[in-house]
Write a protein that binds this ligand. Sequence first.
Ligand code: SAM
Length: 276
Amino acid sequence: LDDQSYTYHGDDAGLAAWVAMFTSRSGDGGGDHEQAFLSALEFAAACKADGAFLDVGSGVGRIVGKVRSYARHVTGLEPDERRHAACQAGYANDPGVEILNTTTDRYRKACPRRRFDLITVSMVIQHVSAATCEQILRDVRHLLAPNGVAVISTTHFFEERFTYEADLSPHDFGEFNRYAEDTSVHDRGLPVRMFSKDALHREVEKAGLEAVVWEQFSYVRPENVGRIAALYNVAEDQVRDCALSQYVVARGPSRRSGALRRLADRFLIRGRAAGA
Ligand SMILES: C[S@@+](CC[C@H](N)C(=O)[O-])C[C@H]1O[C@@H](n2cnc3c(N)ncnc32)[C@H](O)[C@@H]1O
């Protein structure tokens, strides 16, 4: 399953300074800017306790660590070789966790029958091309067990825009996709697609998933509103009340809707045959 074709150029140390500019608004006192998302994640994991979990784009294992205690087994997929090695080393002594150096489409081809009760995709789809984003979400739908759920988190903005870490102004869609597809040189930092609420819902629905819960999280700390607004070249009001991340809890087609569709297909085929 080894995939040598993708390199992640993000800087985890640099990320700490960025996230320090954000906060939750949940009033939990913890100050974790991702609190709303992490709570939803934990809730979903508890509801799927003892199930098979899949984490797409595991990085160094942050999300695997958050859900591990609830799962019977966790599979993590990470295409970047170094991050995969780091993540795998962290779970080397846990027989209930496997971390694979691959992407969802290669995984599906290698293990066509595997299905998961909970699938997490945390902060992955904004750093890939539009085609890869579509592929990942389609794969998520196929990999969900009946009644399984996916928790997908990503960026959030009042409008959809295609940016780079080094330049957060809006850029051309085609240019962004070409940059995201070729990870050999990322001289503008990571590609960062800012999803609006509508854009995320559109992608989720296009993949055949149904969004059941949506929330924005990670608000700009009041003292940083001016700085963040300047970085995105927007009015302060556009970032003051608009969190810069969002998550959706989604489910695949239910058993019932699948059965109904198969039944409808059968009658349609018979009807067509009779009419022919
Ligand atoms: C910002 S990191 C997020 C890591 C982790 N999910 C978290 O929330 O801490 C994005 C990760 O997605 C991985 N990634 C990029 N393209 C991917 C793909 N097509 N399939 C799966 N993972 C991918 C990157 O290598 C990187 O480790």
